[in-house]
Structure formats: C-alpha cells, structure tokens
Design a protein around this ligand. Structure first.
Ligand code: BV8
Length: 227
C-alpha cells in the first residue's frame, strides 16, 4: 500500500494540496522542498520545516493510522510505503514502514550525507552537524532528488508482488511514488483507492472508496472481521 498526506489530515497535519496556511500561504511546497530553495535561502526553508515539525510533534495518529496497524495483524503480508514524513504510522504502531520520502524529524549532515545529532550551539544561526560543524538539513527527499535506494527497492518489490494495492490519501501527482499503483496493477494486483476526492489515478483503479481514511479504513477492517 501507499499512503499520502490525506491519512494524516485528520491528525491536523495539513496536506500539500491544502493551500499553505498563514505565513506560508505565499509559498508553494514545490518551491520550498527543493535543494535549490535550501541552498538559496536555508533560513526560510528551515523556518518552514521547523513550523511543520511543530505541527507533527503536536499531532496524534488517527483511526486511519491505527486501522493499518490492525490490518497488518489480519493479513499474511503487508508492506506500508508512505510518502509522509511525519512518522505518524510508526507512532501508531506500524512496523517496517517504508519512508519513501524520508522523515522530517531527523537531521542529515549536508557534508557527510548521514543522519546526525545537531550541535547544541550554532555560530551561523542555522543548525550545524554535531560531528563536523557543517550545515544540517531535514532528512527528507526534495523535488529533483532520488528516492533512498532501500526504500525504492522495497516499494518496487512489494508493488510487483501483491494481491491488493491500497492507495490511501494521496493525490497520486508525485513520481515515482505515484507509479506504484500502476506497477501493482500491471503485476495483477487489485488496486483500491481511498480518498475524499477523485485523483489522477481514480479512473484506473479497480475500486474507489470515497471518504476520509479515518472512517473508511476502520469500516474495511470490520468487513474483514466479519468474513
Ligand atoms: C525524482 C518530502 C529523479 C519533502 C515530497 C520537473 C522538474 C523536476 C522534477 C520533476 C518534474 N516533473 C516530474 C518530476 C519528478 C518529481 C515530481 O513528481 N514532481 C511533481 C510535482 C510533478 N518527483 C521528484 O522530484 C522525485 N524525485 O524524480 O528524482 C532523480 C532520479 C535519480 C537521480 C536524481 C533525480 C522526488 C519527489 C519527492 C518530493 N518530496 N515530500 C517534504 O515533505 O517536505 S513530495 C510531497 O508531496 C509528499 O511527500 C507527497 O509525495 C507529495 C504529494 O502529496 P500527497 O501525499 O499526495 O498529498 P497531497 O496534498 O498531494 O494530496 C492529499 C490527498 O489526500 C488528496 O488527494 C486529498 O483528496 C486526500 N485527502 C485529504 N484528506 C483526506 C484525504 N484522503 C483520505 N482521507 C482524508 N481525510
């Protein structure tokens, strides 16, 4: 399965399609979540990420996240690939989560390319690596950056070898994540979409369940229990 920002919407984490609120209304995520934006104005990009980190820290997993934890115990094999960087699946209890676009709560050293603790002090006002003093960035995948190799391979393997593929709360606009549903379908899987609206792939799925993930997923689980 693939989840997107829609599954965290009911936890109060704004989706990318929702207009950016308040201070960030003037920016498009595509213009902030890029290496160029970070190199050009690291202060502004870090302000955006610190704002989002605060939202994520205050957010709690919702019934949709929890239903996926229960689902994993009901089926022989389940691979949860998420585009979300909020870590809410893990906080709900999901294990083996494939973080296709990284995780906003981790820092990565720009020079060493590894996840690090930031140094307690910073001379430049920007967070610096606790090991080498270089700049740190959020450990997420920006537009124009490759998907982490392990995540790419795990997601590919799962999409190519599954009976059912759930596309949950994603506008299916960003690649290569959005290609996983097609890949699963071509490999013979039944593709089910759970979304409050139609998306770019709705016309190509086997079943489109229209509604909030926090309501649809628990209902799906009830149906599974009754069979
Ligand atoms: C790559 C992490 C190549 C960061 C994200 C032109 C120029 C440059 C690149 C491209 C280009 N054209 C295409 C590309 C490729 C590009 C791309 O696809 N661009 C798009 C805009 C066209 N992709 C990339 O750049 C990727 N990398 O291609 O690398 C490469 C290869 C080798 C070597 C070098 C390079 C990397 C893309 C990753 C970007 N990072 N996030 C951060 O979070 O800050 S993307 C971000 O937006 C999310 O992670 C997610 O993937 C994406 C879309 O968000 P969604 O999750 O779908 O959320 P969205 O708001 O869109 O929709 C919410 C949905 O939920 C809606 O459908 C709504 O109806 C629904 N919903 C709402 N409430 C609910 C609900 N559903 C259910 N229940 C509810 N309650």
């Amino acid at each position: 399965m693939l989840t997107g920002a829609g599954i965290s919407a009911e936890s109060g984490v704004p989706t990318f399609r929702d207009a950016q609120t308040g201070l960030w209304a003037q920016f498009r995520p595509e213009d902030l979540a890029t290496p160029e934006a970070f190199l050009g104005n690291p202060q502004r990009v870090w302000q955006w990420y610190e704002w989002r980190r605060e939202l994520v820290r205050k957010a709690e997993p919702n019934a949709g996240h929890r239903a996926l934890v229960a689902l994993a115990q009901r089926v022989p094999r389940l691979t949860l690939v998420t585009q979300n960087v909020d870590g809410l699946h893990q906080r709900a209890g999901s294990t083996g989560v494939v973080e296709y676009h990284g995780n906003i709560l981790r820092d990565r050293c720009v020079a060493e390319g590894i996840v690090v603790d930031r140094s307690p002090l910073s001379i430049t006002g920007l967070p610096e690596c606790g090991r080498c003093g270089e700049l740190v960035r959020p450990d997420v995948v920006w537009f124009g950056e490759p998907i982490p190799r392990a995540a790419l391979l795990q997601a590919d393997a799962a999409a190519g070898d599954c009976d059912v593929f759930l596309s949950i709360g994603t506008s299916a606009a960003v690649y290569p994540a959005a290609g996983l549903a097609e890949q699963a379908r071509n490999a013979g899987a039944t593709v089910i979409e759970i979304n409050t609206e139609a998306t770019e792939i709705t016309s190509r799925v086997d079943l489109a369940l229209r509604g909030p993930a926090g309501e649809v997923l628990p209902r799906l689980l009830e149906l599974l229990h009754s069979h």
